[in-house]
Design a protein around this ligand. Structure first.
Ligand SMILES: Nc1nc2c(c(=O)[nH]1)N[C@H]1C(S)=C(S)[C@@H](COP(=O)(O)O)O[C@H]1N2
Ligand SMILES: [Mo]
Length: 205
């Protein structure tokens, strides 16, 4: 049999196969499940703001209009929920945490850890090094459309390299913390950090 005219494997490095992009214990889903610990808050863009806080003081605060005027970032990412679904190539737009720190005049984050605070009272903790360097954003758009309220609209954290419970929906502020401290799910037995590739689902994993 003759060789094909163009040899296989001539397109350079293959992108990883889908199966290599799914962390242990996860399976792929095509749809976008909704997971919320409470009711979906009614968005009110007139009163909405996002704030950076340190030691009880507000360092910076943006209204919805001010937030939308900040430089925008787009990110395509795979997301992984601790309930075992993963979704590949989700596409988001928003403002990166790097941009927010810069806009607040912070060349370096003042503390090593952050707590995200949401409408409805949900909280989650994330180390600053997992929020900077292009790794995370406050997302306002999903697949080219304003983020739906059930998925966190008007704005949610997106930190896709951690289990999706870290991607706080309806987020309103980020407060800096000297030491790591558990948020809502972390206080209820979930892992303090939540790396899907190390299967850090529960405290002690
Ligand atoms: N404010 C808030 N953010 C939240 C949650 C929540 O209950 N409240 N659930 C978390 C969990 S457990 C997951 S898996 C994702 C789900 O996001 P989705 O509903 O857009 O899929 O949001 C996370 N962020
Ligand atoms: Mo979740």
């Amino acid at each position: 049999m003759q060789d094909p005219p163009i040899a296989r494997g001539f397109r350079g490095k293959r992108p990883p196969a889908q199966s290599e992009r799914v962390p242990p214990g996860q399976h792929l889903t095509g749809d976008f499940p909704v997971l919320s610990a409470g009711p979906t808050p009614v968005p009110d863009l007139k009163s909405w703001s996002f704030a950076l806080e340190d030691a009880g003081a507000t360092i910076a605060r943006w209204s919805w209009a001010e937030f939308g005027a900040l430089p925008q970032t787009e990110l395509t990412a795979d997301i992984h929920c601790v309930t075992t679904w993963s979704k590949l190539d989700t596409h988001w737009r928003g403002v990166s945490i790097d941009t927010l720190l810069q806009a607040a005049g912070l060349s370096d984050p003042p503390k090593a850890f952050a707590m995200l605070h949401c409408d409805g009272g949900y909280t989650t903790n994330v180390p600053l090094k997992d929020l900077t360097g292009g790794k995370a954003m406050i997302a306002t758009h999903y697949e080219g459309k304003p983020l739906e309220p059930v998925h966190g609209g008007p704005a949610r954290l997106l930190a896709p390299h951690l289990y999706f419970w870290k991607s706080a929906k309806w987020v309103r502020s980020l407060s800096f913390m000297e030491r790591d401290a558990p948020g809502f799910w972390e206080s209820l037995g979930y892992h303090i950090y939540g790396d899907p590739w190390r299967e850090q689902r529960y405290d002690g994993d």
